[in-house]
Design a protein around this ligand. Sequence first.
Ligand SMILES: Cc1ncc(COP(=O)(O)O)c(C=O)c1O
Length: 420
Amino acid sequence: MMAVSRGSVRHSLGEDLSTFATSLFRPGQSVTRATPAEKSQLVESVKRRFGVSEAIPFPYARTCVHAVLEAMDLPPGSEVLMTPISIGPMLEVVLSLGLRPVFVDIELDTFGPDREDLARKLERRPAAFLLTYLFGYVPPVEEIINACQAAGTRVIEDVSHNIGATYAGRCLGTWGDAGVHSASLLKYVDGYNGAFVITNQSALGQRVAAAAERLTEPARGRVRGCIRRTLIWNTALNRYVFNLATFPALACLKAVSPALFEKILGPGIALTLDAKALPAYYFEDIASIQVRTILRHLDRLDSVLESRRECARTAHRAWREVTASSSPSPEFPAEPAGQDPTYWQFVIPVRNTAVARDVLFRKRVETGTTNLLDLAQVQGIQLPNTRALKETRIFVPLHGHLQSGDYRRMFVALREAGQI
Ligand SMILES: Cc1ncc(COP(=O)(O)O)c(C=O)c1O
């Protein structure tokens, strides 16, 4: 079997090469601040896609959350509920605004908030809830939003993992007060970074837009760095390069220096809680090339999701075949009526993620559990399901070139090792 990578960049190599060349030779039209015309094209496209009245481009999702929380004008010390699996900067942003993060555990089927824990924490009527949808799965959004509304808690939805997913036919990101999307590396809509806020509340939208007006000129080197990093990842994860070079190099590294192997494949975005202020680059405007790339990939989103769901169906069938005789049959995230997941990741339960990961690596499949931080743990709080996610849920790589037999081989290997 050809070696299999855990994911892939959703750009062609040609696209990244040409963007990289443009960033070097025509910086004035690529790595500088997006023009008003480019931004309004993006705004219109996002509004159409989500059916919302306001869309505001930003450089990062963390900046979006900062702008929305600031626009909500919450009293200092207000409680902000958060699901704990996210990037470190989300916690930095909440703390930097003088707000108090309170973590809500997740459930292990849809990876949304644990509804009992949420109900308990809503009793204190927190000011806001940063609800991060994980891995392209869809929790019972309506029930969650209703509970928050009853408590007077405003909701910000982070749809970075499942842009395009719906619940009861309505796009995620449009259920709460505002939605944010990050167009960072590996996302379905990847713009060499860049992000946007969506909302149907015009007053909130205007305040968020005012924050966007204050963003400064982007540093060309930083934007170029985002493009270079994407090109490197895209090359390393290319199916053929991965088989011939990346996987063998990782295998050598794993044998020689397991610590470095884990570091390279570990979290990509650091958490810095001791800094006096948020880094200035969080507040640099979105660049032209980022806007143009997001626009291009928004146009392709539906076909990308369609092929992704087809891959997930193939993997799902293989899973059912391999686990049919297991007793009791392993739990599997259900898809209750109305949910429309996008399978940004295909998550399966295993006995132990470290062992399962090793079993798959020996079969030339490089994967793992989520690299996102458990922000509750960072703050010294143990949430049982969040911990169980890290210890017992692993991503099965989905790729268009994998056949049913490839998925079966992965699942059989896990079954024979007593992992499923
Ligand atoms: C849930 C979630 N939100 C946001 C981001 C990225 O946000 P930003 O655009 O601030 O880098 C990620 C990155 O992987 C993520 O997993």
